[in-house]
Design a protein. Structure first.
Length: 374
């Protein structure tokens, strides 16, 4: 695999910087199981709504990905702190006892019972929680399973897999998950190419061949021969969502489910200068996607990876994390979930220029040449 520099910085040094930044955030927390803030947000009275709602949010996907980077970099003890935290929140949910994980938990030291993120809504005079953060989606659960599998933590990984099989198994693949609050969250019957790719890899790592084949069946059904790439998934009614999305377009290649040409087609469609957008709807660069696209290009021996690596190097925050975006705000073309209140529109799922744990983890893995889906 060819070696690349990150804007003149050797890849090994760049990776070490990503790892050091994550370890630094972890070192500031008490000993024991922890989950890390997904975004390092702005604070104070002028902070935007995004900062207010993300100030104490630790997303499962982001933390599992960070754990995989730490493990790859030889920081097994730190990776186990995250793995143990995810095991605790799974086993000590305030309501569910079925092996699921929420999409996010409160960042910091973790102990039973599991705490969810939230914020004080001064206008309503109450503590507020986000229905997406309180929900459970298939993809983030798959990434927790990947970290647990890498750490040899079979019991929580199988418990999560059993939940997916019991509650979210579809005719082919798995449904999106659940959205909203207990006791009756809304079941999301859309299906995602990206999430089923995650599940394929997670189930395969656990030796659950039939479940892996179930997820693979959906992914392969999303191949669009007319454009030589994967569609994003299906809507609740089964209609195909033809959106070109970075993870749906590139991850099947990283997971060994598609040839390099499929990823190249997606990268070409999503390229925004020296990086890629999240989807067709993105006008600027999404740095997380730019990192895993760089990894894909590097694995192909494609010298165009160097330009993507240089973009990542130019977008490192003072805290050492890589920002989520280059522009102040980036549209994905998706929503965080359906509206749960009559007359209240769905909330757009956008990214903002904040130092991001997931971006930093993917950038570190790309710098090492490590494919977490391979």
């Amino acid at each position: 695999m060819p070696a690349f520099a990150f804007g003149g910085v050797p890849a090994a040094d760049f990776a070490a910087g990503c790892v050091a930044a994550i370890c630094g955030q972890m070192a500031a927390l008490p000993d024991g199981p922890v989950l890390l803030n997904s975004y390092l947000v702005e604070t104070g009275p002028a902070a935007a709504d995004f900062d207010r709602t993300q100030a104490n949010a630790a997303y499962v996907y982001d933390n599992a990905l960070a754990g995989l980077l730490l493990l790859t970099a030889g920081h097994e003890a730190e990776a186990r702190r995250i793995g143990a935290a995810l095991e605790i929140v799974q086993a000590h949910d305030r309501f569910y006892k079925d092996g699921r994980l929420r999409n996010a938990y409160m960042a910091g030291a973790v102990a039973a019972p599991a705490k969810l993120p939230g914020w004080w809504d001064a206008k309503a005079g109450r503590w507020a929680e986000d229905p997406y953060q309180a929900g459970s989606q298939s993809g983030p659960i798959a990434w927790a399973m990947l970290l647990w599998a890498a750490l040899g933590m079979r019991a929580p990984a199988d418990a999560a897999g059993n939940f997916l099989d019991d509650r979210l198994r579809a005719g082919a693949g798995y449904y999106g998950g659940f959205y909203g609050f207990e006791p009756d969250p809304l079941k999301l019957t859309w299906q995602s190419t990206e999430q089923n790719t995650d599940l394929y890899v997670a189930f395969r790592r656990l030796g659950r061949a039939e479940d892996a084949a179930q997820a693979k069946k959906f992914v392969t059904s999303m191949w669009d021969a007319k454009v030589d790439r994967f569609d994003a998934g299906t809507a609740p009614d089964g209609a195909v969502n033809h959106l070109c999305a970075a993870d749906a377009g590139i991850w099947p290649y990283l997971a060994g489910l598609a040839p390099a040409e499929s990823a190249l087609t997606a990268i070409k469609a999503l390229r925004r200068g020296e990086g890629i957008g999240f989807s067709d709807a993105s006008a600027s660069i999404w740095l997380e996607g730019t990192a895993f696209a760089a990894l894909a290009l590097r694995r192909m021996g494609d010298v165009r990876a160097a330009a993507f690596f240089a973009t990542l190097a130019r977008n490192v925050s003072p805290q050492g994390y890589v920002y989520a975006t280059v522009a102040p705000e980036l549209s994905t073309g998706l929503t965080t979930g359906p509206s749960l209140q009559k007359g209240v529109p769905e909330q757009a799922f956008d990214y903002f220029r904040r130092p991001a744990l997931s971006t930093t983890a993917w950038a570190g893995l790309a710098a090492m040449g490590t494919n977490p889906l391979g």
